[in-house]
Design a protein around this ligand. Structure first.
Ligand SMILES: Nc1ncnc2c1ncn2[C@@H]1O[C@H](COP(=O)(O)OP(=O)(O)OP(=O)(O)O)[C@@H](O)[C@H]1O
Ligand SMILES: [Mg+2]
Length: 591
């Protein structure tokens, strides 16, 4: 519990002032709660029984104007009402302040988690399940919030009151206080054991919830394949398994929780019974006043109320702790692409790229690139050809530092890319990927994603150049047409052209195209290539391609076979000889 708080101390830090106010209000609530039974004692002992006033109470009531039992009764009643009013006001204000802090801390935390995840490297993200990360950002944060809010506004006031009551009981009558608290160890044991088991169940529940989200997100993002292969039943089975386990864990927790409250009731009833029995004997023998017995009885019920509350909180708190652990897991991983300590902001590149003896593998034991050396001059257009899996996409992904090579270095304008500030490097690279990914939003927004500050004129010019204008005019809403996340309202070629416009508008000195025309028909390909020609003007371009039509447009072609670049030359040079390019080309054209 306190470990969890300690963990979030940094997030709570900015709210120190409201936290102090809330804490002070909690003390007021506890104090008034503790004082509330005393007017009753005065009424019973000093008014009804007519005992003389004495001690602190005597001084307090003795200084009142007027005397006699009527005056004391009136004063006691006024005091009681006043205490309750102050208590209610402080209670309202403290909940308001503390709940507010809980909400704000969690809003901050949610953003921290999102920010943190966004910055992690591709190597990290490739190993994560989206559904799992989604659960962490949304429901794990929500459950930590539940915990924090209930802790702040229920747990802390209750614990404060509990401590206060115990202290007052010991001050007033230590021996009787011990008797009243005789059942406390039993309570403690019961609460301890069941919260531990509830916590275990809620851990399982949280894990299963993220499995459920993962299956759902995997299924829904591949729904077409699922339906094409009639895999619905298999997915349903996987979903069902996780769901049943989640249900079982939830029921376990509910059962434990349900048993806990009555168990506490029984134990506290025994405690009250003992106090009543011993107390009644003491009152009869005159060792204790009736009023004081009533005060103790009131305290006992106040003492047990927080305990009952705490037991009800067990589920919320253990669920929150399990969720906090999961957030902690995410936040402690730091797999960002790190900048070197003296990294500089890249100046505008002229666009010279060099691979210097580069070796790379996604996993250490499996090399994907081996001793690659390649120089590209500013303004050059170079194509990379090679069979599937040869390592073409991997090679180009080293330039924007999606990955870093294990051997050698990638240089831009003669400087290792690791010596540039990451953002200044990536900002100067325009990328068109193998499958073009669009965001939910209008076509205009998707193009503007390449350069959020571009003027409308720049956007339209890019759209013209990428032949987006060709099909946009036919859409009912033109550039305001909303495309879905997977761009499924557009054809493959249309999406590709939007992706090219997005790269165009970026106006970057380095352009990387990963099979920009794969999956297009001859006509669309021609459109896209014409768009590309404009995109490539005056820039350094690396284009990965299988088709001769694209390869021909390059100044030089590097051919990759089995982790290496085996030859480099123009289309005409390479096609004439018995080269790897020739073999590749024959394979491609004879398909
Ligand atoms: N994220 C990854 N994690 C682990 N291995 C990967 C990853 N991406 C690619 N690989 C492996 O690296 C090798 C090269 O892949 P790469 O994507 O670079 O090939 P490619 O030449 O672009 O192929 P294609 O023409 O099919 O796009 C392949 O053997 C592949 O299995
Ligand atoms: Mg590829």
């Amino acid at each position: 519990m306190f470990r969890t708080f300690w963990r979030f101390r940094r997030s709570v830090g900015p709210y120190r002032a409201p936290l102090a106010i809330g804490g002070a209000l909690v003390l007021v609530v506890a104090a008034t709660d503790i004082l509330t039974p005393w007017p009753l004692k005065v009424v019973v002992d000093n008014v009804l029984r007519g005992n003389p006033l004495s001690g602190v109470i005597g001084q307090l009531f003795g200084s009142l104007p007027g005397s006699g039992e009527d005056a004391i009764l009136t004063a006691a009643v006024v005091l009681l009402v006043a205490l309750v009013l102050v208590n209610a006001a402080a209670d309202y204000l403290s909940s308001y302040v503390l709940d507010g802090i809980g909400q704000r801390v969690m809003a901050d935390l949610r953003e921290d988690v999102f920010l943190h995840l966004q910055r992690q490297s591709l190597l990290y993200h490739e190993r994560q399940r989206i559904g799992d990360l989604m659960t962490r950002i949304t429901s794990d944060v929500a459950q930590v919030q539940d915990m924090l809010v209930t802790s702040l506004s229920v747990l802390i006031p209750n614990v404060t009151m509990l401590v206060g009551i115990v202290v007052v009981m010991f001050v007033v009558d230590p021996e009787f206080a011990l008797i009243a608290l005789s059942v406390a160890p039993a309570l403690f044991v019961v609460i301890f054991i069941s919260t531990r088991r509830i916590k275990r169940a809620s851990k399982v529940a949280r894990r299963k919830e993220s499995d459920i989200a993962s299956v759902a997100s995997e299924t829904l993002s591949a729904i077409q394949v699922v339906q094409a292969y009639t895999g619905e039943e298999r997915h349903e089975r996987r979903f069902h398994e996780h769901n049943v386990e989640r249900l079982r864990a939830g029921l376990d927790a509910v059962r434990l929780q349900a048993a806990l409250t009555p168990a506490i009731d029984v134990i506290t009833a025994i405690g009250t019974g003992i106090v009543l029995w011993v107390g009644a004997h003491r009152v009869m023998s005159g060792a204790m006043s009736l009023g004081l017995l009533l005060v103790f009885l009131a305290y006992l019920s106040q003492l047990y109320r927080p305990m009952r509350n705490l037991s009800k909180l067990a589920w919320i708190i253990s669920r929150g702790q399990a969720a906090a652990d999961r957030l902690q897991e995410v936040l402690t991983v730091d797999a960002r692409v790190v900048e070197r300590r003296h990294a500089i902001a890249a100046p505008r590149f002229s666009g010279a790229i060099e691979f210097r003896n580069v070796g790379f593998g996604y996993a250490p034991e499996r090399e994907v690139l081996h001793a690659i050396s390649l120089r590209i001059d500013p303004g050059d257009r170079i194509a990379i050809a090679g069979a599937t899996g040869a390592g073409k996409s991997t090679l180009v992904s080293l330039i924007p530092r999606f990955y870093d090579p294990q051997q050698g270095a990638v240089l831009v304008d003669g400087v290792d890319v690791r010596d540039y500030k990451l953002e200044s490097l990536r900002r100067q690279i325009a990328l068109v990927l193998q499958d073009s990914i669009l965001f939910h939003g209008s076509i205009r927004d998707n193009i503007a994603y390449g350069a959020p500050n571009a003027s409308p004129d720049d956007l339209y010019a890019a759209a013209e150049a990428a032949y987006v204008a060709e099909f946009v005019d036919e859409l009912p809403d033109g550039y305001d047409t909303i495309v879905s996340e997977r761009g499924s309202t557009l054809s493959g070629g249309q999406r590709q052209r939007i992706a090219i416009a997005r790269a165009l508008v970026r106006n970057a000195p380095i352009v990387i195209l990963d099979e920009p025309t794969s999956g297009l028909d001859a006509l669309s390909e021609r459109y896209v290539l014409r768009g590309l020609d404009r995109l490539m003007e005056g820039r350094t371009v690396i284009v990965i391609a299988h088709r001769t039509s694209t390869l021909r447009r390059a100044d030089r072609i590097s051919v990759m076979v089995d982790r290496r670049i085996v030859e480099t030359g123009s289309h005409d040079e390479l096609i004439g000889q018995a080269s790897a390019y020739q073999r590749l080309n024959v394979q491609l054209t004879s398909e």
